[in-house]
Design a binder for this molecule. Structure first.
Ligand code: CTP
Ligand code: MG
Length: 213
């Protein structure tokens, strides 16, 4: 089967606040997007990236214009490939190792829908108004990451239904599940954290030196 890596990279990075699109921010000599491409390219047949309007990168990968939301960017990416399976991975997660990718690829052919996820390790609490509401059973809770992988037609159908109903989700596994797919959780990695805030960027800067050596 053919695999495509789809990289939503069209966000503005408002919480990071560097004044340029987050995917194009330099992290120790390579942009977040370059890092994502470099990790994915060896394991797929094709890479497609969604960029903010008016942006392009120097790379042989296919580039398209993203949308106003992550969901819209992924929907456009899905229309730019005919691969049997798609691996959707945020440009904002620069430390994607081959082991996680192999686990994801290894399960998606059978499952049809999988996501990297980590069992929660912090105590989890549902809050109301800034106060402790009630404890959430941590033993049943996972933090969802990317990559997320799907049979292309499965996730395309979910996107089409979501578009029809105006349903919005923060990720594609959430969309797939909303429209009836069983989504298998595959062990992710704490190094797959998403660079969202300046504090995350500080961590990423320090860790990049280890990652790159
Ligand atoms: N993304 C996208 N298109 C959008 C919004 C987000 O392709 N319209 C991508 C981002 O580029 C990122 C991933 O989705 O790789 C996860 O989004 P997030 O971490 O929220 O990035 P930004 O939207 O750029 O950040 P912020 O929400 O702080 O502005
Ligand atoms: Mg965002």
């Amino acid at each position: 089967p053919r695999f495509a890596a789809l990289i939503p990279a069209a966000g503005s990075g408002s919480r990071l606040g560097f004044g340029i699109p987050k995917a194009l921010v330099d992290l120790q000599g390579k942009t977040l997007l370059e890092r994502a491409i470099e990790n994915l390219a060896p394991l797929v047949d094709e890479v497609v990236v969604a960029l903010p309007e008016g942006q392009s990168i120097e790379s042989p990968v296919k580039q398209i214009v993203g949308g106003n939301t992550r969901q819209d960017s992924v929907f456009r990416l899905l229309q730019a490939t005919e691969a049997d399976f798609v691996l959707i991975h945020d440009a904002a997660r620069p430390f994607l190792g081959a082991k996680v990718l192999e686990r994801i690829k290894g399960r998606v052919i059978q499952s049809g829908a999988v996501t990297a996820a980590l069992p929660a390790t912090d105590t989890l609490v549902h809050s109301s108004g800034g106060f402790w509401g009630y404890l959430v059973d941590r033993s049943k809770t996972w933090a969802v990451q990317t990559p997320q992988a799907f049979r292309r037609t499965l996730i395309l159908d979910a996107h089409l239904k979501a578009l029809q109903e105006g349903f919005e989700a923060t990720d594609d596994a959430g969309l797939a599940n909303k429209y009836g797919s069983n989504v298998e959780l595959v062990l992710g990695d704490s190094r797959l954290f998403k660079v969202t805030t300046p504090a995350d960027f500080e961590l990423a800067t320090a860790f990049a030196q280890l990652w790159d050596q």
